[in-house]
Design a protein around this ligand. Structure first.
Ligand SMILES: [Cu+2]
Length: 145
C-alpha cells in the first residue's frame, strides 16, 4: 500500500512536473540553440585579427568612380583588416575606371558598370592614403582613424 502511495505521489509529482519541465526545457533549449548559433555565427564571421580589437562585421565604404571619385575623402576605421573599399561604377568610360592605390600596391581596372570590392589591409590610426586613377588626374583620400 505504501509503495502504491509513493508511486501515486511520484506520479502526481511527475504530473505536475510534466507541465513545468517541458516549458523550462524548451526555453532552455532555445537559449542554448540561440547561444550556439551566436557563437557559431560570430566564430565564423570574426576575422582572424592581428589587432587588439575583434570585430564581427565587415566595414564597407562606398566610393563612386565616374569622371572622378566621390566622395573625395573617406574616413575608415584604423587597425582593422576587414575594411572593404567598394568601388562603384555606372557607365564609367573615363580613366577613373583604372584605379591605382600606390601605397597599397593595388591596381584595379573597374568594369564600366558594377561594384568592385577591395579588402584593405589594417592601417595605423592617422594614416592617409591617396588613391586615384592610373594617370593621376583624379584622386581621393583614404583616411584611417
Ligand atoms: Cu586619369
Amino acid at each position: 500500500m505504501q509503495q502504491r502511495y509513493c508511486l501515486g505521489l511520484l506520479k502526481e509529482d511527475k504530473g505536475n512536473m510534466e507541465i513545468k519541465i517541458p516549458k523550462k526545457l524548451i526555453s532552455g533549449l532555445l537559449v542554448l540553440v540561440v547561444g550556439i548559433g551566436i557563437v557559431v555565427y560570430f566564430g565564423q564571421s570574426a576575422p582572424t585579427h592581428t589587432g587588439q580589437q575583434a570585430y564581427d562585421s565587415t566595414e564597407t565604404v562606398v566610393v563612386t568612380a565616374k569622371g572622378g571619385y566621390f566622395p573625395r575623402e573617406v574616413v575608415l576605421p584604423a587597425n582593422r583588416n576587414d575594411v572593404v573599399l567598394r568601388m562603384v561604377t555606372k557607365n564609367t568610360y573615363d580613366c577613373s575606371a583604372s584605379l591605382l592605390i600606390v601605397k597599397l600596391r593595388i591596381e584595379k581596372f573597374l568594369p564600366p558598370t558594377g561594384s568592385t570590392d577591395i579588402l584593405l589591409p589594417a592601417q595605423q590610426p592617422g594614416t592617409e592614403i591617396i588613391a586615384g586613377c592610373a594617370m593621376g588626374m583624379y584622386s581621393f583620400k583614404l583616411k584611417f582613424l
